[in-house]
Design a protein around this ligand. Sequence first.
Ligand SMILES: [Zn+2]
Length: 139
Amino acid sequence: MIKELVTDEELLATPCEPATAEDAELAQDLLDTLESIEDAACLAANQIGVAKAVIVYKNEKDRAHVMFNPAMKRALRPYRTEEGCLTHEGTKKVTRYDQATFTYQELVDGVLVPRKKDCRGWTAQILQHMIDHCKGKLI
Ligand SMILES: [Zn+2]
């Protein structure tokens, strides 16, 4: 279901709780909401008002993916860049890593399965932005 975006700073600044297999519907809401927003690349659950660590993002091929409990494990080649945010006014300078390893869980047949992914460039950057959202960190 398509949800309204949340811009309430207090809610967005609250660290998210770990997501569980019960959050399948939340993941679907995130996918539906992401698809409904033109040019949106990624969305975290607290941006639709649920403080759980679930995110969705589109890769370079415009395919949407879901991650439960994403975390960055290894990061290389830091750089400074300027980012905007769907639920926050203006842009801000941040440090991102051009190359990083992410761990997360994927929901497969009702069970969360651990996964690992190496990403670089754009995908690595939006995942770092999403993980910040899960921590309640705003750009
Ligand atoms: Zn954001």
